[in-house]
Design a protein around this ligand. Sequence first.
Ligand code: ZN
Length: 249
Amino acid sequence: MTPTKLMYMEDFNLLKSPATVVDVVQENGRTIVILDQTIFYPQGGGQPYDKGVIIGPLGRFLVAEVRFVDGIVKHIGSFEMGEFKTGDSVQCEIDVPRRYLNSRLHAGGHLVDMAIHALGLNWKPGKAYHFPDGPYVEYSGSMQGWDKEELKKKIQEEAQKLIEKGAEVKLLFMSKQEMANLCHSVPENLPEGKPARVVMYGDFGIPCGGTHVNNIRDIGGIIVRNIKVSKGSQDGEEIIKVGYDVPRD
Ligand SMILES: [Zn+2]
C-alpha cells in the first residue's frame, strides 16, 4: 500500500482538509479508514493522537484514535452514519481544542529543553511525555551543584522569559547529517517512514515530527511542577525528570 501523505508534517495549521478514501478495513472488531493523505496526527514522539471526524458523500466517521503503522495512518473509530467506499472524496476535520492543547503541551516540553540549555546545562534529552495527565521531559545528565527547588525556579523563570520574548516557529526538512548543525541534540534513531524534520523555535532547532504552536508566545505560560532525580545506568549518570504544565482554559 502507498504510504499515507502526512500533511501535518508540512503544515500543522491545517485543521480541515480533503482526502480520498483508499480503503476501509476491519481489524480486531474495529473499523479503520485509510486515506491517501491526512491532517490527523497519529500518536508518537510523546504526543497523543488527534480525534475528529471524516465526512464523505455517503457517511460520517468519528475518529477515536489515530496510529501510524509501517507508513500507513490508521484512522480508527466508527461510522456515525452511512459508509465510505474506496475512491470517495472526504473532508477531514480534527478536534481543534484537543489538538491545540496537545500542541501547547508539546511545545511546552521543548520550551523546558530551551530553558535548560539557556541555563548552561549540557543534559541529553531522553523520554518525553506531553500528555495532559502529567506532562514531563526526561534528561540524562548531572544535578551536581544544583538544588532541586532552586533549579525548578530557574527553569520556570527562563521558560517564562522565552515566552514573553516570543519567537516564530518554523519547519525545515533536511538529512540527519545536516540536523547536527542546527540542533543541540539529534536522536540516534529517527522514526522510519517519516520525513526528517527540524522544528526551529527561533534559532533553537529540534528534530521533531509533532505538532507545534506558531509562536513560542502561544504556549501561554509554563509551570515547572517538579524535578525528580534517579540513578542512570552509567557511572555518575542521573536521570532527571522535569514535570511541567501549561495553563488550561
Ligand atoms: Zn516536538
